[in-house]
Design a protein around this ligand. Structure first.
Ligand code: SAM
Length: 163
């Protein structure tokens, strides 16, 4: 159930700190078909609509060779989110979970991430599928999808072993 800014039954809000610890630089905007949070998908889909990632031209050189990757992780700032809830009721049914046990947009630092499928690049504009944010959502970062990378360093003695 998509929220706007209401507090639901059994949800808990806390007082936010009065100062912040770091500054962010918005590096662009994401253009999507959605102008209302109620209409956005909860998570992006590979067969979702084509969206535009408009990177501020000052970062043009930082896009060099990004088109070599089929999938990119997109980090964005969910700018319309409230930030003070520690317990949330996603279904609005009185049952709650902690914010850090949810992918809700409501969080102390409302950072959203999506793995986007890169269709094409035209200068500072990327065409992608797989987004789930409002039109005009500020862009924080772009990275190649981590699953496209294998570990570079050989195993070292004392490394954590799985299996
Ligand atoms: N895929 C991201 C993630 O997992 O980190 C975001 C998931 S979040 C559940 C997606 C929802 O956030 C959308 O359905 C919409 O209700 C809300 N949303 C999208 N853009 C937003 C924005 N700019 N500010 C606040 N909420 C937003």
């Amino acid at each position: 159930m998509v929220r706007l800014n209401e507090i639901r039954q059994n949800e808990v809000a806390i007082e936010l700190p009065t100062t912040s610890d770091a500054g962010l630089i918005f590096i662009g905007r994401i253009r999507t078909p959605w102008t209302n949070r109620l209409d956005c998908p909860r998570q992006g889909r590979a067969d979702g609509p084509i969206c535009q990632i408009e990177v501020d031209p000052r970062w043009l050189q930082a896009l060099d060779r990004i088109d070599e990757f089929a999938r990119i992780e997109v980090l964005y700032w969910l700018h319309e989110s409230r930030r003070d809830l520690v317990q949330q009721s996603p279904a609005n049914d009185g049952t709650t979970r902690g914010t850090f046990a949810l992918r809700s947009p409501v969080r102390p630092n409302p950072i959203g991430t999506s793995v986007a499928h890169l269709i094409s690049r035209d200068g500072n504009v990327l065409l992608v599928r797989g987004m789930d944010c409002l039109d005009g959502t500020p862009l924080l970062d772009l990275k190649p999808d981590r699953t496209l990378f294998t570990p570079i360093a050989p195993p070292q003695p004392g490394d954590f072993q799985t299996g």
